[in-house]
Design a protein around this ligand. Sequence first.
Ligand SMILES: [Zn+2]
Length: 289
Amino acid sequence: MSLRIGVDLGGTKIEALAIDARGREIFRKRIPTPRGDYAATIAAVASLVKEIGPGTVGVGIPGALSQVTGLVKNANSTWLIGKPLKDDLEKAVGREVRLENDANCFALSEATDGAGKGARVVFGVILGTGVGGGIVADGKVVTGANAIAGEWGHNPLPAPTAADLPHPDCYCGRKGCIEAYLSGPGLSRDHEARTGQRLSPEAIVSLADESFERYAERLARSLAGVMNVLDPDVIVLGGGMSNVARLYTEVPRLWTRQVFSDHVATRLAPPVHGDSSGVRGAAWLWEES
Ligand SMILES: [Zn+2]
């Protein structure tokens, strides 16, 4: 019986796990990412795979493979950008490798045996240092014609009010992106602009003041925009902000005013696998065929 090997290639750590034919985890290891060093990054992934042995290999990466060139794009681990990562990993591990965006892997993990199990359409959302997302329909990742399906974080915040101005700058070059409001750093920036106090996202959440209310309302508004297009059965939150329990009651209460439907059946759910969903989803990339 062959193993499914998953690798989560993150900006600060590389995690590998192996799942056996019965879905049990039999290996897990985490090593620091050789930041800025492409050849060492390839070698680090290959050493983890070789340590596990035979099996299918799926890798979750920040960013995506360009459907045009096959090279990495949109990665905040900038030393991967423009590299033929799939080809180089396949050479290094001596077998076919399936690569997917890390948010897509998160969504696939939660759709396969997590909070979205049994649902037809799952939208997985990352609310962390950045804001990303992935779509799984009928158990399969929707990659998209441009490999950007689910990337709602760089849409503009919908229906901005005076309280949302001035539009904050986003690293992508646009202004007023959803990520600039709903990432952890975005929450800190917003709180500082309102109060003059620089606090961590965790500290702001524990204050439970107007900054949190603004955050929840902006999240509801932003998710409603996705719901009107995709109409998912389940939205699963991931990333650091997914630990905030009140979001799961506040946001569905707030989004009913925004969604174009008299009744909203979509569930907002915390992740079952938490931080492990990226690496588990990478392993499940080989469930699909
Ligand atoms: Zn942006």
